[in-house]
Design a protein around this ligand. Sequence first.
Ligand code: PHE
Length: 353
Amino acid sequence: MSASLLEHEQIAIRTGRRSGVPIIIAVHSTVLGPAAGGCRMWRYRRWQDGLEDVLRLSAGMTAKFAAAGLARGGGKTVVALPEEMELGPGQRREVLLDVADAIEALGGIYATGPDVGTGPDDMALMGERTNHVFCKPTALGGSGDSSPHTADGTLAALQAVATGLDGTRSLRGLRLAVVGLGNVGARIAAALAQEGAELVLSDIDPGKQALAEQLGARWEAPEAALTAEVDIVVPAALGGVLTDVTVPALRCRAIAGPANNQLATPEVADLLQARGIEWVPDYVASAGGVIHAVSVELDGLGEDDAHKRVLGIEGTVRDLLADAKRRGVSAAVAAEELVRARLGAAARLGGAA
Ligand code: PHE
């Protein structure tokens, strides 16, 4: 199949009726079930840049659900705000209602959730127009903020990485650089500090330096933190940080973090492998949020059982790393095979039914 053929099942692009901003919903795959994926509200130079982002992010969600063993497909929403636009509260409401209408118009093949730039209160607002939203506040019957669970899942992945590096899952004494201190990154940093890890912290917002001081961590600019001499780098901001320029400069032994789409291009995984740097595919390490939301809201699990499922990421990563090592391939290759096998099995079942 030619790589230039559209891989997505459906892409909806519309100008918000109330807000006038471009809203793009990409449904990558519903092979495993109706698609889900967060709503990213971010500034882009051109809306076409937002389109490119949503295409990659939605494909990432397909992989995320498949690798986690959940019966959901991959989709994503990008609200492509113009760079100079500052949203007032009234305008924000208009944008969210426009997004909700666009989701409702898809008739249930896609449900959204929080992502960069949106949170549970936004999901509540969208819930006025569509039922296809995850992570509304718990008071409104949703599963609430997904960030703590994404952080827990990433910590579980880090324990598996630590086991691979030193034979012990403890993070005490390990040196880690957390690049990005948003909702998820800040929680990971705090948990790592508590575990007794040695930390380098970084964010594009210099105001976050206060957190580094509070946690007794070293503060660095983002590029310096990415290439710091540490055991593990934890990308926790926007995607695309691992490139053919940054990878040669890396001085870490492993990389695992919650940022989506960490590789600028798929080939970067081979560069990492050639340099002997262990990379845990982002869609495996970052799955805690969706695992929790789907477990509670669709599968009816209680908090304890949902939490256990999130912590299952440790075993998933341990198995992936072991499988990759045994076969002399990267964890990226091993994870892709797992995803392809699960999608293939579901497609065959669907075909036979
Ligand atoms: N931001 C989440 C992710 O990228 C999206 C999400 C969370 C979707 C919870 C559904 C439910 O994984």
